[in-house]
Design a protein around this ligand. Sequence first.
Ligand code: SAM
Length: 289
Amino acid sequence: MVQPLGAGETGATGPGVSPVMLDAEAFNRFELDAWEAAAGSYGFLRELTARANGSLLAAAGVARGLQVLDVGSGPGDLAAAAAGLGADTVGIDAAPSMVRRAALANPSIPFRLGSFEAIPAGEGAFDAVLGGFVFNHVGSPEVALAEARRVLRPGGRLALATWDAPSRNRVLGLFVDAVSAVGAPPPPGIPAGPTHFRSDEELRALFTAAGFASVGLSRIMFEARVPDLDTLWDGVLGSAVRIPPTITRQPPAIRGAIRAAFDVLAAVYRRADGYAIPVSMQVIQGRRP
Ligand SMILES: C[S@@+](CC[C@H](N)C(=O)[O-])C[C@H]1O[C@@H](n2cnc3c(N)ncnc32)[C@H](O)[C@@H]1O
């Protein structure tokens, strides 16, 4: 069963939400297959996630000559931005097709296959570890944070960006709320995973428990402009992996009802020249003592 994305903003363990059995391995397998399939179509969200890159570089103190790791590097934009500042940068991603895509686009940067939960690097290898929108895709977030801490030198910094609560980040929230509005049961075959969205307090607590100091959190908010709702619908269904199957694996009548609910919810963002959809992201950082 998929985690109830629409049930509360901070995930499956919040008040009033029944706990679900997590199988981190099954969840990671599902994620990997989905990213492998989505590598070619990861475009719409890529344009939005790129807006966090400057904040991530600043939060982790990336500068010329530093050793930097970009985890979950996807098409490689963040690694390329770090390398552009003169940092000695490496990217890792769990999906082979994403690694190939990043390497093709950025031939001077090494991109390797690797998991956030088993980083292929030695202790203290990096001055900075960056992760753009990957933390919400790992089966064991605590293991991922321990790995990031291990590969950082003392004083090195970790900075992660992630999607904010659906109520603020409407670009995903519209989908979550439309599924909820229809009351569509989760389709079979999607393993439960850790929460997709975390409150500021949950993120801070995870960083602190993993042994990071000077933990800080900021928010990036802007509007995504789309000419019509098909652009948003097709864009998110083509470049996300956790929300799409909760819609695309539904019978046609339910899929249609979800799309109708989505259109109604999105109407409030209509402007003269299209739609202005609120986007909100959290950037969290911490230092290895
Ligand atoms: C939403 S995309 C983000 C890509 C890029 N960082 C960005 O900001 O646009 C998530 C990426 O994380 C990768 N990924 C998912 N789970 C991972 C894991 N456990 N370890 C490493 N990479 C993972 C996916 O293959 C995908 O390329």
